[in-house]
Design a protein around this ligand. Sequence first.
Ligand code: ZN
Length: 140
Amino acid sequence: MSTPRPSYQKFAVEVRDSAIDGQGAFASEPVPPKVKIGEIRGEAISVEEARIRATRSERIMIVELSARRAIDFGRSTDPMRYTNHSCQPNARLCIRQGRVEFYAVKPIAPGEEITVNYGETHHEGRLACRCGAADCMGRL
Ligand SMILES: [Zn+2]
């Protein structure tokens, strides 16, 4: 039995408790490298509004697309919005035409947590990183 998912979610992903932080996005089927895993779609807002929301919300689910545009995934139901950061990720974010897409960089096994490098975040180094990678930067 498979859960219905939108056509832009190419591989089955489930949300489970994560050892890294809160909940995470886990592959429920094997994902080969370099392919698109899925994407998250949310509410398009201005970067100005994103900065205001970031100060209010405990769990920040905002990605800045450009100097002016951002997307808030707070009300999205796409499982990949739970994707955690790792300093040694198995996937990468790709922002294309206003969408946030996820591509595998390594083969991902069923049950493995999908992670990306967040790069610059709203946390500005105030959050400890618990990704467990050998070359972990320690901070987000
Ligand atoms: Zn780390």
